[in-house]
Write a protein that binds this ligand. Sequence first.
Ligand code: GTP
Ligand code: MG
Length: 218
Amino acid sequence: MKKRIALKQKVLENNDSIARRLRAVFESQKILTLNMIGSPGAGKTALLEQTLRRLPSGLRAAVLTGDIETDNDAARLARFGKPVRQITTGGACHLDAGMIERELDKLETQKVDILFVENVGNLVCPASFDLGEASKIVVLSVTEGDDKPIKYPATFAKADLLVLNKIDLLPHVPFDLARARGNAKRVRPGIDIIETSCLSGEGIDDWLRWIQTRASAM
Ligand SMILES: Nc1nc2c(ncn2[C@@H]2O[C@H](COP(=O)(O)OP(=O)(O)OP(=O)(O)O)[C@@H](O)[C@H]2O)c(=O)[nH]1
Ligand SMILES: [Mg+2]
């Protein structure tokens, strides 16, 4: 047991040291890197599809998208003509900083203003692995339940933004928006919250504004 804890500690320390290196690169090259975390199916890729479709052309975006298997998400996102690379973890339930560092060489980072990283669908493991990002963003859909921020607090506690997605489904599911917001603020008082529907496009302008404000502060 002790050996296992020591090994986990070492893995995380190694990750953190690569993440520090990445953060220095992102800051020096003025790249806004956003680490997007959420359960399988919360709508991370759908939100990125809307983003790549509508982001002003002055902001040059690239995407690294992580999955255990398949390059389905990269194929969905590649349609928008921006640099997109799939990271297939082959079993790991999260991306780690080494995976990002290996992909950076293959992106022309001097031509990137915003790097979106879609993490593996999971509300738990990604929280432990710093990727050198400027912000973590949690995407939570209304079909998952308004109690999730307090059931998975580690992820929400580290996020700067909560995107409450699939609000078009609110008439059909017992999800209390005010309770979800309150639960998120309990775990992370300063968290920003935006409500979106990737189906109707509602709230996407708010999301784009949030990104633009962050990007212009780089
Ligand atoms: N009704 C509705 N459906 C949505 C919305 N956003 C995403 N979806 C649907 O939800 C399903 C999952 O969306 P994805 O974008 O693949 O979710 P994801 O978070 O990327 O999933 P993983 O990559 O597997 O973790 C798809 O069928 C989407 O079309 C939304 O706002 N409203
Ligand atoms: Mg996805």
